[in-house]
Write a protein that binds this ligand. Sequence first.
Ligand SMILES: Cc1cc2nc3c(=O)[nH]c(=O)nc-3n(C[C@H](O)[C@H](O)[C@H](O)COP(=O)(O)OP(=O)(O)OC[C@H]3O[C@@H](n4cnc5c(N)ncnc54)[C@H](O)[C@@H]3O)c2cc1C
Length: 404
Amino acid sequence: MRRPWRTQRIGSPGDVMERSEVIVIGAGIGGLAAALALQRAGVQVRVFEQAPALGEVGAGISISPNGALGLKSLGVFDEFRDVAYAPDRQVVRHYQTGRVLAHVSRGERLEDTYGERYYVVHRADLHRVLADAVLANDPAAIVTGHRFADLQQDGSGVSVRFDNGEWKRAEAVIGADGVRSRVRSTLFGAEEVRFTGYVAWRGLVPIEHVPPDALDPPSQVWIGPGHMINRYPVRGGKLLNFVAFAERSGWEDEGWSIPAKVEELAAEFQGWHPWVTQVIAAVPEKDLFKWALCARSPLMRWVRGRAAVLGDAAHPLLPYLGQGAVMAIEDAVVLGRAFRQAADMPEALARYEGARVGRARFVVERSSLQVPRFHSPDPDSFRHDTPVDEALGLFGYDPAVVPV
Ligand SMILES: Cc1cc2nc3c(=O)[nH]c(=O)nc-3n(C[C@H](O)[C@H](O)[C@H](O)COP(=O)(O)OP(=O)(O)OC[C@H]3O[C@@H](n4cnc5c(N)ncnc54)[C@H](O)[C@@H]3O)c2cc1C
């Protein structure tokens, strides 16, 4: 669907609204990747973000080969690689003894097999790469301080209302507003966001405060009863990122992503190997946050009329296969390709939904199934000769070539 870029002022009853071809709600990794993919397809995009300024909470994220292929097709791979770290291997260790339970090959072998390798990166760095590319295409493409409230559809487009009272109009709307998506509730009905029983802490430790022995190799996963910790360097090796998981019967704290206390995390991992406890003790409290991991029922439909959902808004998943952001990137690449190939907007959205729902559902289900392996009461029984993400075939999906 090739259209000239345009911005029009159009009249509507009692109001004058700025019109863009597609409105994206949410400037997270999913929303920005979607905006970039649509721009590359020749579509004019406006991204509306609720936060007053653009940014991401600082922590690391892994990008498996399928995500790296997606970034390549979005044209930002070189910029991404400049800020990412590419481990050759990872090890899985026993929580008390430190014994290596599995060696995981993440380097050139993956590149030879899938066309790309495995990366880890600071979320804020990936976010900036995507935002810079979107703004380079169109300096007015991202609008902050706009919280989506509601939308109304008719035969020719969608009118979007924001909490500040402003209205905008577009030919289609993509809701990339995360696990607590209001776009999703507006399209498919209000529904509870459930606490899954898992809590995650994310922290960043200056690498000079980490015992050198604990960095061989730099990328390591530690598993123990009801707990797991995954850690790897980011920011050119200056910081060691960790994400630590624990099981909880409830979540009473205010908010879903909140500053955390080192003391609380240290208590959760008491009795673990010193290479874990020393890393936890070294995290500056300003760089420690905790998340309640949430779920919503899987959606079989992602499109209603001229509006669709993408990323966590469509398919929130547990992060045990490290695929949430990767899946949002896959969604975005396929969305852009659907817009290129379709004759009109409804066909583009139908192609996007048709190509993505099954894949997302598979990854969501498989991510949940990993919990018993990574929180095992008997880590010595851990078998991982072929890493499970690779064994599931997740890396063999190239969003730039799958049928759309
Ligand atoms: C502990 C943890 C570890 C993870 N590790 C990995 C990993 O290693 N690899 C990986 O691929 N994934 C990982 N993930 C998953 C990944 O972080 C998410 O899947 C991904 O960030 C989803 O991106 P998104 O853009 O869909 O949503 P989000 O990142 O949630 O972005 C949504 C955006 O929408 C905005 N917004 C929300 N509501 C509104 C509104 N009403 N109006 C306007 N804007 C709004 C928000 O402010 C935000 O900017 C992890 C997740 C967790 C919790």
